[in-house]
Design a binder for this molecule. Sequence first.
Ligand SMILES: [Cu+2]
Length: 439
Amino acid sequence: MSGTRRRFFQDAAVLGAGLFSLRETLRAAEPEDEQAKRAAHAMPAAPRALQPMVTPDVSDLPHEMDGGVKVFNLAAEPVKKKIVPFKTIDAWGYNGSCPGPTIQVQQGERVRVIFENRLPESTSMHWHGLELPIEQDGVPYISQKPVAPGEKYVYEFTVHQEGTFFYHAHSAMQEMMGLIGLFVAHPQKDYKPAVDHDYGLVLQEWAVLPNNTVPNTASMEFNWLTFNGVSAPMTTPLLARLGSRVRLRIVNLGMDHHPIHLHGHQFVMTGTEGGRTPESTWYPMNTVLVGVAQARVVEFEAKYPGAWMIHCHLPHHMMNSMVDLLRDRPIQTADQAEEKAVGQMMSLAKSVPFEHVHPSPIAPNAANVPGFPQDAFMEMGMDEVVEKPETDGLPKNWSAGMMGMMTMVRVLPGKEYDAIVMKKEMARVLAEDEPTRKS
Ligand SMILES: [Cu+2]
């Protein structure tokens, strides 16, 4: 965050400018035709109000209405994806996003997706879990001709189900290149109990060789694990007001099943890839195994304040690959002298574009202990680099504890929650206004 921007936020906080008044002030400075343009771009009213799910680090796919049909435009294309501050990969995704933008509809709606293939090879779109006519199923040669590069294909169907679904290319290697996105069908009749926060997480894994940017889709050894296309600490924390009810919808499209664990709270599983489960099947748990091709929906009461981790519990999925940072040097793990380890980590520290903090102390005789080092030197504090409103107020060097398929739910008392939401809103309004001001 720039100094100017930080000062702006501080000033706004000091002045106690309310969210509404701030937005109105900024809007007042805006020419009227801009206001009209903004109104014209607003989403057409849905048949009934739905509480949208939020996909952290991924945006929603906008739509237009054509009569009673909700129309989406979706293009498969190569995407440069920064998964941590020091690693950008060449993934494939949709509309510049990997995973693709989230589609949200209402149960009962008619949906049209105008699909375009901007990939260098043929593809198709499968609507995972949805009950629709065979010609909409998106399987090459079985239900349709593959969509050739440069071609368009129109999918249209009525969504009669409710639940957490996803869309993906129905070609194995393309799936491993990142071609997936969330598709949420909100129920006609509200779920009970209602939730205050609804979050979606897409689990993906990547095998990217050192000094490479292209995932090796034939590999079975994955060195990068992501929630919504980013590894911790770049994952945006989920915010929850203390005392609220939270829903997490987790989908997995990879080669491994991921046991997703929540700290400090118990949850119940309220849905699968097939929709809502009856309350009689709910039982307390805090780890849910999200198998490949599955959706798992869990809900919990955010009872205890704090920054509570949500992460895959497979140990190798709680790490970021540092091999890249070592460039052409082989990584050394166990059975090495401390001097070597320090030298290696120092070269690593020099190659990252930020100050590398690893404050955990080691024993004076560490080098004499077989097995050392394990996690020593692995922590890479980068608070400033990944700073955003959602990280505001976290303990210093918090990012050193965050790696791999990991995020957190920040359960915040009302006042702190509101302050961060206001900061987010200000950042959004400022970002929206920047192009207008420059022109
Ligand atoms: Cu995992």
